[in-house]
Design a binder for this molecule. Structure first.
Ligand SMILES: Nc1ncnc2c1ncn2[C@@H]1O[C@H](COP(=O)(O)OP(=O)(O)O)[C@@H](O)[C@H]1O
Ligand SMILES: [Mg+2]
Length: 413
């Protein structure tokens, strides 16, 4: 408590020192909205001196290039909130410095009450340029990773689609031939029945012609092969359709938004999409427990699942025996736990700490870029979850993801 004059001066000096030493920019305005005090951080960040700022309308100073921030004097948050006495929370904005460069800021504008009336505003702002740049780099990284994964998968996907398409084509050509043979046979039957003529063929002649035509058409063979060709073709079409559905689901909704989604379905889709990467080296075993829908960005998580699955396939020793990749999901309290376990080479102790670093890879150029696990960690953290690794050289590796069912606490996840 400050009680006498000396104390009041000490209090003022203390406040002035706090203002000058704080890292955030701070200024206050009077009830006309003109700057009446400003701290050192604000002058440093903006490039204007205290004298230059005093008595001016902040909007005229920091928003003096409207094309760069889109505010007009009428809708300026700096002017408005002071006038109507409402506080504007942590909003992002772009200020223009004295030299014309742009400063990305997060600011809050609060009315300054003296008694019952509003005597001005207090504005606190922070430079978030670096944060913005980091977010931008992260987004670029995740985009690169998607393109990389897509590039790597596309050859396999083309192959996966091509195989059924090829046998559907072969079967259809066979069915066309069979159709022609059956039609020819039908025409002989028609003739034998005398549908188009008044003359009746002798019964023996009819039988002879029918037998001859049936032998030519190989009717037993057709009876056996036609239904199975149809069945196989339908299977092939179903395979292509499910692949296309998976690809669509995989690239679905590439947005920032989070919504409730079925993670088991995401894992199944990923397994279909990555089939060609995995099927020559390992069997995939799914042990998917019953999960509630989880608040997440499924497109980002699918990307993570895909990377973990492809990493597991890559970990199978060359020329070794066929491996196994086991994907397990379960609920633990408010979280879902997803495990991707392989019996591949394992990760040596000395690099286990670095595998999550961006661009760390032990793979040859063209096979790995080292962005997968970095992205996986960033995505898990963005969801308020975690990713951990257990590994033993020669035995295998398990990645365990834990994600909150109802999204990140205290945020939009
Ligand atoms: N399941 C796994 N088994 C063994 N090593 C793994 C496994 N997953 C990841 N790694 C190691 O971690 C490194 C980084 O993985 P990642 O970030 O996905 O990049 P990339 O796959 O492009 O190399 C890999 O190069 C590999 O050495
Ligand atoms: Mg990878």
């Amino acid at each position: 408590m400050f009680v006498n004059n000396t104390d009041i001066t000490a209090a003022e000096a203390f406040r002035a020192a706090v203002m000058d030493h704080m890292a955030d920019g701070l200024y206050t305005t009077d009830n006309e909205g003109r700057v009446n005090s400003v701290n050192r951080a604000a002058t440093e960040m903006l490039g204007w001196s205290e004298n230059e700022l005093m008595g001016r309308l902040p909007h005229d100073v920091v928003h003096n290039a409207p094309a760069r921030n889109g505010h007009s004097a009428q809708d300026c948050p700096l002017a408005l909130s002071g006038a109507d006495g409402e506080q504007a929370g942590d909003c992002e904005d772009r200020y223009v410095r004295k030299d014309g460069s742009v400063l990305e800021v997060a600011h809050s504008v609060s009315p300054l009450h003296v008694g019952a009336s509003v005597a001005g505003t207090v504005v606190v702002f922070r430079d978030i340029t670096e944060l913005k740049q980091r977010q931008c780099r992260q987004m670029q990284g995740s985009h690169d990773q998607k393109l990389e994964a897509l590039g790597r998968l596309s050859a396999g996907l083309a192959h996966e689609i091509n195989t059924p398409i090829q046998f559907v084509g072969d079967n259809t050509r066979f069915l066309a031939e069979a159709g022609r043979a059956m039609l020819e046979l039908l025409l002989v039957y028609r003739e034998c029945m005398g549908v188009d003529s008044e003359d009746q063929l002798p019964w023996e002649e009819r039988k002879r012609r029918a037998r001859e035509a049936e032998a030519k058409a190989d009717i037993e063979y057709l009876a056996e092969e036609v239904p199975s060709a149809v069945e196989q073709s339908l299977e092939g079409i179903d395979r292509v359709a499910s692949l296309v559905r998976a690809m669509k689901a995989f690239s679905y909704k590439d947005t920032k938004e989070h919504s409730y989604a079925d993670l088991n379905e995401g894992i199944r889709t990923t397994v279909i999409v990555a089939r060609n990467e995995v099927k020559y080296v390992a069997d995939v075993v799914l042990d998917l427990g019953e999960l509630p829908d989880v608040l997440c960005n499924l497109s980002d998580l699918n990307q993570v699942f895909l990377n973990l699955l492809v990493n597991a396939a890559d970990a199978m020793p060359e020329g070794g025996k066929r491996g196994e990749i086991k994907l397990t999901t379960r609920v633990e309290g408010p979280m879902v736990v997803l495990s991707f376990a392989d019996n591949g080479t394992g990760i040596p102790e000395e690099i286990r700490k670095t595998i999550f670093d961006p661009f760390f890879t032990t793979k040859e150029v063209g096979k790995g870029t080292g962005q997968g696990l970095a992205l996986a960690r960033a995505v898990c953290e963005k969801h308020g979850g975690t990713i951990e690794v257990n590994s033993e050289v020669g035995l295998g590796t398990e990645f365990v993801l834990t994600l909150p069912i109802s999204g990140k606490r205290g945020g939009s996840a």
